[in-house]
Design a protein around this ligand. Structure first.
Ligand SMILES: Nc1ncnc2c1ncn2[C@@H]1O[C@H](COP(=O)(O)OP(=O)(O)O)[C@@H](O)[C@H]1O
Ligand SMILES: [Mg+2]
Length: 239
């Protein structure tokens, strides 16, 4: 029952988008999924309300530092994938969510390399390893990549992250109208009207490939036992 947390201290990095694209694709494949919407702006919850019956999983919307531990514990009893969508900013809630994660996903807008918020999370992961010998698997997911060109800038970002020995998910999330429309209309890439959303098939394929990569990184049985409390304290310390 793996827990995946999407973290980047910067807003607009694509956390909620990747989290929901992944959650809907996992659910479509028959995986049990729960989303913990830890963002006070409640984008995931809003999406869930809009989706009605098209949403094939629960979104829990009252997630706070005081409650997240118990919420994850309860869900672990029956939920396949637990996906935590964090707000921007450093917070004790972020520290806790990271502490309870089996894998931390760091969405970064690849082309602009406005990766400062991503770098803060990566720095915390580094400090955890160096100072506390706690290694939480984590990966950068490149988001909002232009579909037209594999830019030099993107290759440079990949190279830079590789140099720092940061894992980068092979498939990047391309900039597509379909991913924006999900927030407007609710539902998934499979409940949209292909005649109204441009390149919907390409968005679906991109989501499938990204999900394949993440499933390889975090298989359904990847949950690990570790002292969450110790990790949470160390993350707070590192942050
Ligand atoms: N791959 C993408 N294609 C098109 N729009 C995107 C994509 N990723 C994110 N966006 C848009 O960018 C904005 C910020 O994304 P969001 O997922 O809300 O970021 P965060 O949760 O990190 O704040 C939203 O308006 C969203 O619709
Ligand atoms: Mg968000």
């Amino acid at each position: 029952m793996p827990t995946l947390t999407f973290a980047n201290t910067k807003g607009g990095a694509g956390k909620t988008t990747v989290a929901l694209v992944l959650a809907t694709e996992l659910a479509r494949r028959g995986h049990r999924v729960s989303v913990l919407d830890a963002d006070p702006q409640q984008w995931a919850s809003r999406w869930h309300r809009l989706s009605g019956e098209a949403a094939e999983f629960a979104v829990i919307n009252n997630v706070a530092e005081e409650t997240i531990e118990q919420q994850i514990k309860d869900l672990k009893k029956h939920s396949g994938y637990i996906i935590v969508d964090l707000p921007a900013g450093m917070s004790p809630l972020m520290a806790k969510a990271i502490g309870f994660s089996d894998h931390v996903m760091v969405p970064v807008q690849g082309c602009a390399m406005d990766a400062v918020g991503g770098a803060q999370v990566l720095e915390i992961m580094k400090q955890l390893a160096a100072q506390h010998n706690i290694r939480i698997p984590h990966s950068v997911v490149l988001t909002r990549i232009s579909s037209i060109i594999t830019t030099r800038a993107l290759l440079a970002v990949r190279g830079l992250l590789a140099q720092q020995q940061v894992n980068v998910v092979n498939t990047a999330l391309v900039e597509r109208a379909a991913y924006r429309d999900m927030f407007v209309s609710g539902g998934s890439l499979y409940t949209m009207d292909p005649s109204r959303v441009s390149n919907l098939d390409k968005a679906q394929e991109n989501a499938r490939m990204l999900t394949d990569d993440i499933l390889r990184l975090v298989p359904p049985k990847a949950a690990r036992a570790r002292s969450a409390k110790k990790v949470t304290e160390a993350v707070k310390d590192a942050a």
